[in-house]
Design a protein around this ligand. Sequence first.
Ligand SMILES: NC(=O)c1ccc[n+]([C@@H]2O[C@H](COP(=O)([O-])OP(=O)(O)OC[C@H]3O[C@@H](n4cnc5c(N)ncnc54)[C@H](OP(=O)(O)O)[C@@H]3O)[C@@H](O)[C@H]2O)c1
Length: 333
Amino acid sequence: MTTSTTVSPTIRVDKAGGPEEMKLVDLPVGEPGPKEVRIRHHAIGLNFLDVYQRSGVYPLPLPLSLGNEAAGVIEAVGAEVAHLKAGDRAVYCGGPPGAYSLARVMPARHVVRLPDSISFETGAAMMLKGMTTQYLFKRTRPQEDLVPGDFIVFHAAAGGVGLIACQWARALGLKLIGTAGSEEKCALARDNGAAFTINYRTEDFAARVKEITGGKGVKIVYDSIGKDTWDKSLECLKPFGLMASFGNASGVVPPFAPVSLGPKGSLYVTRQTLATHIATREAMQAMADELFAVVAAGQVKIHIGQRYALADAVQAHRDLEARKTIGSSILTI
Ligand SMILES: NC(=O)c1ccc[n+]([C@@H]2O[C@H](COP(=O)([O-])OP(=O)(O)OC[C@H]3O[C@@H](n4cnc5c(N)ncnc54)[C@H](OP(=O)(O)O)[C@@H]3O)[C@@H](O)[C@H]2O)c1
């Protein structure tokens, strides 16, 4: 018998601001439209993206239900949905926020079937972060393409995206130079495949990258820190290198003058976002299949560092913003 969740506890903000703006409220769930599904969550992923959306760094219409990633069981599908059916184990990322909830209705094209070998918790912990790593390594490439043996710089290497990136880079034969905010985090990144680590709270990471690469620099820097690391990240690049900016955990990068990229070695700069890469269901499925394959092969293991009850989302955000978390965090139902 198919279940039907009609009311869902949901974390919502009525106004943008600090973690304390998050409130647990009961919301009606409703029936899916033709291209939608209703999914009942078993585990929910926590992402730094949720912080930007909560705080208003990425402004969204209010009131706003938070959350961009979860795993669970499909309860109902719309008439035009062919790739999912009621009872399927499923996982998703992206689309309209609203994952911090027991159940929700959402566009089906963001949802894929979750392989039986992957638990709900692992699915919720890996989807948004793993899909991001996939597009960073496979679809965000420097002009001089990456080849095994190349050095790359990856910031926040012990974070949710970071620990997946350390392992995936190792599987691709790339020598990942990871930065992290403590010696413990650096050790964890190395345990997960980083070839070198730098504690960027205590060391000049650009100088260390030059040292590690014999003065050459790297073809690409993956920078999710933003304001605090921007200038030094550019210093890590070799001529024609690519600055791949994909986040702003320390604050948004202020405007900069493109003319400054010339003397630094005719550098390239891009700002990437997952939403562009998963704009079609086909792309979403292809990227997910690749992610599932590296997880099934044991090349990438998902490290869940923290678990919080849905009702404790405020504490989860506090910890994430205070740089207290390692690996992925999930909200449990
Ligand atoms: N554009 C996209 O498509 C996309 C998709 C997914 C994620 N992202 C970005 O990738 C980054 C990682 O995401 P995540 O969810 O896995 O988070 P996370 O890496 O688990 O957490 C963020 C980490 O950033 C580091 N950090 C450095 N300065 C910070 C500051 N001032 N405040 C807070 N944290 C700071 C901290 O690690 P240390 O203590 O080691 O410095 C912190 O643990 C985020 O910036 C996120 O927005 C972007």
